[in-house]
Design a protein around this ligand. Structure first.
Ligand code: TRP
Ligand code: SF4
Length: 404
């Protein structure tokens, strides 16, 4: 395990719309626990985002917020390493969202794939709202207000991070130019010497005219090597390269979370909407019952029929929870009808219970001490606000809104 990389800031959020389950644990939370050891992390409850789709039944948001924070803590997210907070407790997100909305073309939001998709998928909700259209821009504000450069998200959110990059670029382009900026940049280029200056101009051209992103990487490396450039010149030239002036808002990159392979009880991806979950707080008896009754190879009707693990959802769970020895025992026993499906499920039941036990113990401690959970998020919000205010102040300033 490497040391803490303080130059990278990670930000991610989760919408509070119900109980967390093993899919969240394997797909997201274990990843957060890893990241908090390496990076400066900010994790927050995206309650405003939940409101964009659940404004008619907002009660579920209030019911889920604290439980979600408890689930994070129980899963090992550590408030000593990561800042945990609630979006609406940091109103600076909303101010940045509003300011960004002034410079964001409508078409950029209308073209985000999740916009039309979700409207169609959630037909029972009226999502023809201003707030829902702005969902990805609110997400951009979440990210940009912390200058986060890494955003762990699933595949479905990558387009939102992409939009964030575009919005940041546009903002920097509009507001990052100091007076006399181009002259200062030209003077800085000359300081690199003839050869490097030519190289830099080439890279600049490749990026600006051909949109060649690789050129930026090369130019960054080139700038990092320059001994006789002051820090400020270096930054100026980096900004110049990216199409604007100074970088005020940082362009983030998506840290793609490997698609959660956590199958649900029916073999489809575990998800609340499929009703195939085991929640993190599921009591042990319910866990046993759900696993005992989960479907198996449909062709294996009688105990004496041999089965095929490749078409069985139980096998998929063995792939997550069992070692080679158990897996060999399953394949052999299943295909020869040597074991029954209940025998086969037993090791899974034990593994899931063993996995949930410490999580549930910690969850119980936090449940019994709600004051502590509130104190943790309160401290997290204060720490987050300190960072968010700095960005907000700078944004106000460059936009010319710093009259007092
Ligand atoms: N939209 C994200 C989701 O549905 C949640 C979210 C809101 C988020 N703001 C964010 C994720 C900022 C990463 C960064 O999962
Ligand atoms: Fe599935 Fe196991 Fe039954 Fe085979 S023995 S069908 S792998 S549950």
């Amino acid at each position: 395990m490497g040391g803490l990389n303080v130059n990278s800031r990670v930000l991610s959020g989760m919408r509070p719309t119900g109980c967390l389950h093993l899919g969240h644990y394997h797909g997201v939370l274990k990843n957060w626990v890893q990241l908090q050891q390496q990076f400066d992390c900010f994790f927050f409850v995206a309650d405003w985002h939940a409101l964009t789709t659940h404004y008619e039944d907002s009660g579920i948001i209030a019911d889920s917020v604290w439980g979600m924070v408890i689930d994070w803590l129980a899963a090992g997210v550590n408030p000593g390493s990561a800042r945990l907070f609630i979006q609406s407790h940091v109103p600076e997100h909303a101010e940045l969202h509003l300011l960004l909305s002034m410079v964001t073309p409508l078409g950029w939001l209308e073209r985000v794939p999740s916009y039309k998709d979700q409207q169609e998928r959630l037909r029972e909700r009226d999502l023809a709202t201003y707030g829902f259209l702005g969902y990805p821009l609110l997400q951009s504000a979440d990210i940009l207000i912390y200058g986060a450069d890494k955003v762990p998200v699933g595949e479905d959110q990558v387009a939102h991070v992409e939009l964030t990059r575009e919005v940041a670029r546009r903002f920097n382009h509009l507001y990052g130019r100091e007076p006399g900026y181009e002259e200062a940049a030209e003077a800085a280029i000359k300081k690199m010497g003839k050869k490097n200056a030519r190289l830099y101009r080439d890279l600049l051209k490749r990026y600006q005219e051909q949109g060649d992103h690789e050129a930026i990487g090369v130019a960054r490396a080139l700038l990092a090597e320059q001994q006789n450039l002051a820090m400020s010149d270096c930054e100026r030239l980096l900004g110049y390269l990216e199409g604007g002036g100074r970088m005020i808002l940082t362009e983030p990159e998506a840290l793609l979370t490997p698609a959660s392979r956590m199958p649900g009880l029916d073999g489809q991806k575990m998800s609340k909407s499929y009703g195939n979950t085991i929640t993190l707080r599921e009591n042990p008896e319910a866990v046993r019952e759900k696993l005992r009754t989960m479907p198996t190879d449909p062709a294996r009707v009688r105990r004496t029929d041999p089965g095929n693990p490749d078409v069985c959802p139980v096998w998929q769970l063995h792939c997550i929870y069992s070692g080679d020895e158990v897996k060999d025992w399953v394949r052999e026993g299943c295909t020869s009808a040597g074991i029954g499906c209940l025998d086969c499920k037993q090791p899974i039941i034990e593994s899931v219970l063993a996995e949930l036990l410490p999580i549930q113990e910690r969850a119980r401690e936090f449940e019994q001490d709600p004051g502590k959970v509130r104190a943790i998020t309160h401290e997290g919000s204060e720490a987050a606000r300190d960072v968010a205010r700095e960005t907000r102040d700078e944004v106000r300033q460059v936009m010319g809104l710093n009259y007092t």
